[in-house]
Design a protein around this ligand. Structure first.
Ligand code: UGA
Length: 431
């Protein structure tokens, strides 16, 4: 099939490359000339394990193309995927859909034969209805169909999540596009992926409900972890035991810092805002948002109860992105933790496998270290902020001579017992 992906951000690029790997002809379009030129040479703008190799392979196979020419790319394709950003609006909680609608207008000018227009960006309930209205101002309704096909990729695991999805969700209000989309996904269905076919609005809501549920699950275990800390219980025991109940499930029950990234914080706000418009109160999700926003303050309070005088202390951060295996800083809890500690007079060094971050450039007493060793050598307190494999085998005693070293393990990747045996004080989350 001939596919056009509009927007080469996370969703557009990963999906486009994976669709081409399944044997389709794909054009990935973006306004950014520089980005497109780099992509043509196999250079990718994001950190995603395995993606660059797949881009190069499919460029060579001549199934993957990159272009800045939207009109021509739409004309050449049968399936048009809208993969542009839907950030939170300034001074509001709802999603900014201006890019989606402006792409819709562009598409309406270039339709020359039947096209299926698919929203893959995370778009609120009824966006498909509005898109259909915009396009039908210029084009006969028989010449196009608007479909919702949300993406459930996780950063850092995106290729695996695309090839082996738990489910593929397609929402369409008519039969022809339903058949074509099922056919597009048949290589994944034949490998065992469940296929859920719904109407368009349901598919739009499924995406938000999924992310809001996962955010709720994480927030739930984070609050249970707070209780564990006060009662001498290890939250891991709770996660394992409740997760074994199939009705609950074991995944996304890892307590840690506040959830972050480009999706959960944005999507929880957007679903609440959409529901408010329909006069439906999503009180659970509202509480989740609040609890998550308070989480960094709670972690800092705990830290200051363990280390009374943080002023002039050498603090090392291992990992600053919102989770491991990504270079993404969006809504990372380190953006609250590091400025707070810098204001309190701590001297901060940080190391991240994906390099230094511009977000900390202008902060007092915050510097990037090129290696784990240089980051922690003079440390009084090490904060393990993300769960990169690179951190799991650190020999703290070899790298640090400080007899009073303290470790705050925000991802519970170390055993308290083993660290204590080295004569190092240790505290984690919910332990
Ligand atoms: C999330 C969803 O997992 C994807 O299914 C979805 O497609 C994507 O959003 C999206 O809407 O585009 P992602 O933001 O890449 O994916 O990251 P996750 O792996 O879900 O982690 C989100 C946050 O939750 C991170 O801060 C992570 O550290 C935290 N988390 C996750 C926990 O604290 N505990 C857990 O058990 C799991």
């Amino acid at each position: 099939m001939k596919l056009c992906m509009i927007g080469t951000g996370y969703v557009g690029l990963v999906s486009g490359v994976c669709f081409s790997d399944l044997g389709n002809d794909v054009i990935c379009v973006d306004k950014d000339n520089n980005k497109i030129n780099n992509l043509k040479n196999g250079k990718i703008p994001i950190y995603e394990p395995g993606l660059e190799e797949l881009v190069r392979k499919n460029i060579q196979n001549k199934r993957l193309n990159f272009s800045t020419n939207l009109k021509e790319s739409i004309r050449k394709s049968d399936l048009i995927f809208i993969c542009v950003g839907t950030p939170t609006k300034k001074n509001s909680k709802s999603a900014d859909l201006s890019q989606v609608y402006s792409v819709g207008k562009e598409i309406s000018k270039s339709i020359n034969k039947f096209k299926i227009i698919i929203t893959k960006s995370t778009v609120p309930l009824t966006t498909g209805d509005k898109l259909e209205k915009i396009i039908s101002k210029k084009v006969n309704k028989k010449l196009f169909s608007v479909v919702s096909n949300p993406e459930f990729l996780r950063e850092g695991e995106a290729i695996r999540d695309f090839i082996y999805p738990d489910r593929v969700v397609v929402g369409s209000n008519e039969e022809k596009s339903k058949k074509i989309l099922r056919n597009l996904y048949s290589p994944l269905i034949s490998k065992g992926a469940k296929y859920v076919s719904t109407n368009r609005r349901a598919a739009e809501l499924i995406k938000y409900a999924s992310n809001a549920f996962l955010a709720t699950k994480i927030t739930f275990i984070n609050e249970i972890a707070n209780l564990c800390e006060k009662t001498g219980i290890d939250v891991e025991d709770i996660s394992i035991a409740i997760g074994l109940d199939k009705r609950i499930g074991s995944r996304f029950l890892r307590a840690g810092p506040a959830y972050g990234g480009s999706c959960f914080p944005k999507d929880t706000k957007a679903i609440v805002s959409t529901a408010d418009k329909f006069k439906s109160n999503l009180s659970v999700i509202k509480t989740v948002i609040k609890s998550n926003q308070n989480r960094s303050d709670l972690l800092l309070k705990r830290l200051l109860s363990k280390i009374k005088k943080i002023n002039n202390k050498n603090v090392s951060f291992l990992g600053v992105t919102f989770k491991a295996n990504t270079d993404d800083m969006r809504d990372s809890s380190s953006l609250k933790l590091i400025p707070f500690l810098s204001k309190k007079g701590a001297k901060i060094k940080y190391y991240d496998p994906t390099g230094s971050k511009k977000e900390f450039n202008n902060l007092k007493n915050v510097e990037y270290s090129n290696s784990i060793q240089s980051c922690i050598a003079d440390s009084d307190l090490i904060i393990v902020h993300t769960e990169w494999n690179d951190f799991k085998s650190i020999n703290f005693r070899k790298l640090s001579k400080n007899k009073k070293l303290i470790i705050y393990d925000m991802r519970n990747i170390f055993s308290a017992e083993k660290i204590n045996k080295l004569g190092i004080k240790y505290f984690g989350i919910g332990r």
